[in-house]
Design a protein around this ligand. Structure first.
Ligand code: NAP
Length: 310
């Protein structure tokens, strides 16, 4: 298991570097971050490509986030991934932000250049590649329900589904008022002649049984983008009786490998996949931003598969 570094390590980075002879110039910042499989995944790709850099975890609280990013830039890091709870905060750390990240209001990848910090979101595009890998389906052919569409990952997925012109998009959130701005922003992508009108093709609902029941027979792909499932005792974000055999169910949670939602969906006869493939594909795209080369997704996936226990 790789070390997890802290803000005090970053403040004494020259000493840490000397003592450990580390070549760490990449990492993931989060809090907590101990569950992250990104170091195994990226280090496997770096080794395969004979690159000397190494990738580590950094457990950093919100109060120290900006400081940590500044220190990493000073210490000539190449770039970092950003995870819960800092994806929104990372927007303001970047001097320039890609349009996808701006639309999703979320940055999961920073690239340090000599005079600026560039911010990107690879979650949405990683999700689309994961759906293709898992279900051999393109998002544009699917009617999609996103549970937790008001969060960082949920917004990134919703924005990408809209850009890919999925057939229908239903956005559900515990706090539905968080979806108002997103709905306005995405509306222009939903003028479809396949359905009656824009209001049918794009809909926002509260994350409640009755509201989901009204929509569930008109969606193909159900995506969990809430953190429900990260703890083994977590309930499913939706009642098992709403799931049918024709559904495709994707849980962005990847640890544990089989959440309650995925167990219920498999029992209903639905096809299921956990968030491991999204983790790999968003990582592939981050790596490409840092090095300008596409790493081997299979090597990255193999490096983390045993850790999930599936
Ligand atoms: P976030 O920004 O904190 O958003 C959390 C979302 O979940 C919000 O919509 C929130 O609703 C909702 N939520 C939180 N607790 C809930 C509960 N108890 N019941 C119902 N809804 C709840 O988090 P995030 O960064 O988007 O991450 C969300 C999940 O995506 C995590 O499980 C993370 O592991 C996963 N993820 C996976 C990948 C991958 O590569 N596989 C990448 C990114 C994220 P409110 O708006 O009402 O608070």
């Amino acid at each position: 298991m790789e070390n997890t570094y802290t803000i005090s390590d970053l403040r004494n980075w020259s000493k840490v570097k000397q003592e450990t002879e580390t070549k760490i110039t990449l990492g993931v910042i989060g809090n907590p971050v101990s569950h992250s499989l990104s170091p195994q995944m990226h280090n496997a790709a770096l080794q395969e490509l004979n690159l000397p850099q190494r990738y580590a975890r950094f457990e950093i609280g919100e109060a120290d986030f900006t400081d940590a990013v500044d220190l990493m830039k000073q210490h000539q890091f190449i770039g970092i991934n950003v995870t819960i709870p800092h994806k929104e905060l990372a927007l303001s750390s970047a001097s320039e932000v890609s349009s996808t990240a701006r639309n999703a209001n979320s940055v999961n990848t920073l690239l340090f250049e000599s005079n600026k910090i560039l911010g990107y979101s690879t979650d949405g595009a990683g999700f689309v590649n994961a759906i293709r890998q898992e279900f051999s389906m393109d998002i544009r052919d699917l009617r999609v329900l996103v549970l937790g569409a008001g969060g960082g990952a949920g917004r990134a997925i919703a924005v990408q589904c809209a850009l890919e012109r999925c057939e229908r998009l239903v956005l559900a959130n515990r706090s539905p008022e968080k979806l108002e701005a997103l709905q306005l922003q995405l509306k222009e992508h939903f003028h479809s002649d396949k359905l009656a009108g824009p209001s049918d093709a794009l809909r926002t609902i509260p994350l409640e049984e009755k509201a989901i029941e009204n929509e569930i027979s008109n969606v193909d792909l159900i995506v969990n983008a809430t953190p429900l499932g990260m703890k083994r005792t977590d309930p499913s974000p939706l009642p098992r009786a709403l799931l049918s055999a024709y559904h495709l169910v994707y849980d962005t949670v990847y640890s544990p490998g089989k959440t309650q939602l995925l167990e219920d969906a498999a029992a209903a006869g639905a096809r299921t996949a956990n968030g491991l493939s999204m983790l790999v594909h968003q990582g592939v795209l981050s790596f490409e931003l840092w090095f300008g080369i596409l790493p081997n997704a299979i090597t990255m996936q193999q490096a983390i598969t045993p850790a999930t226990g599936i």
